[in-house]
Unconditional design. Structure first.
Length: 278
């Protein structure tokens, strides 16, 4: 442990912390807790991580930047090891790193289908590997796990078969893990954002597995990233099981049990006209 770091810090590891929800979460936590907070910031972009860290240090937080590709198990485990070496413990793990995708399944060619596996590697396995490595440390502190899923992990969205598959898998994994960890005092909060005004969909993949450059979803009523993060932090601190962020999401989750056709039409209407299947 770095002896210059106070031993009583609340230490939070955040993946996908170079921009979007992860970066905003780091900033809001730093604003709230200042010098009482230790942040371990992970993502692929060194530049983005340094920008986030600079802002958080300006608010008094202690920061460790660890460039990490969560699709690689060894990097996930190295992230947790570096966090513990630097700060001595971990109180919260936020599994936020993820890649979006939008493609009508029939438009995906057989030779391109491998990117479905790659998406699962990032969105599910990155969370699994980080969580497995952090588990002994979280148990020791009766800590918290946050999993940033999506409404697409509760309701299948047309044009997002790959993304929904990864987020449904993530939802199921953390739901089961929550029950396993309850006797140890470790909470698991799964967050289900809807359309949040970040660049994740613009950076997401198209049918060829290439960067799409645009979103296929209607964003008229998109939630600000700041509001989304406030809801996640509130749920995390209250150790809530789930944070479902929109009225439509809450309604759709339950109405699909008795009227699935209505929910399917709602999901289709979320797509822009030009990307709907013909």
């Amino acid at each position: 442990m770095n002896t210059a770091i106070p031993a009583d810090l609340q230490v939070v590891v955040i993946t996908g912390a170079s921009d979007g929800i992860g970066a905003e979460m780091a900033r809001q936590l730093a604003q709230r807790h200042g010098a009482k907070l230790g942040l371990v910031l992970a993502a692929r972009s060194q530049h983005g991580l340094e920008s986030t860290a600079s802002h958080c240090r300006g608010l008094g937080a202690h920061c460790l930047v660890v460039p990490t590709d969560v699709s690689q198990e060894n990097q996930c485990r190295a992230l947790i090891a570096q966090a513990v070496t630097h700060f001595g413990h971990i109180d919260t793990l936020v599994n936020n790193a993820g890649v979006s995708a939008q493609a009508i399944f029939a438009d995906v060619q057989a030779e391109d289908l491998h990117w479905y596996q790659q998406l699962m590697q990032v969105n599910l396995w990155g969370s699994v590997w980080c969580t497995h490595a952090a588990l002994p440390h979280l148990k020791a502190r009766k800590g918290r796990i946050v999993a940033v899923s999506s409404l697409a992990g509760l309701i299948g969205v047309p044009g997002r078969t790959a993304y929904s598959a990864t987020k449904f898998a993530m939802t199921g994994f953390f739901e089961a893990l929550r029950s396993e960890l309850a006797p140890n005092g470790v909470s698991v909060t799964t967050a289900f954002p809807g359309v949040v005004l970040t660049q994740i969909r613009h950076h997401g993949l198209n049918a060829k597995g290439e960067t799409a450059g645009s979103s296929g979803l209607r964003e008229d009523n998109g939630m600000s990233v700041a509001h989304c993060v406030r809801l996640i932090i509130a749920g995390m601190q209250a150790r809530e099981r789930e944070v479902v962020m929109t009225t439509a999401g809450k309604f759709g989750r339950f109405i699909k049990l008795i009227a699935p056709g209505i929910v399917e039409r709602m999901a289709m209407n979320a797509l822009k006209d030009e990307v709907k299947p013909r």
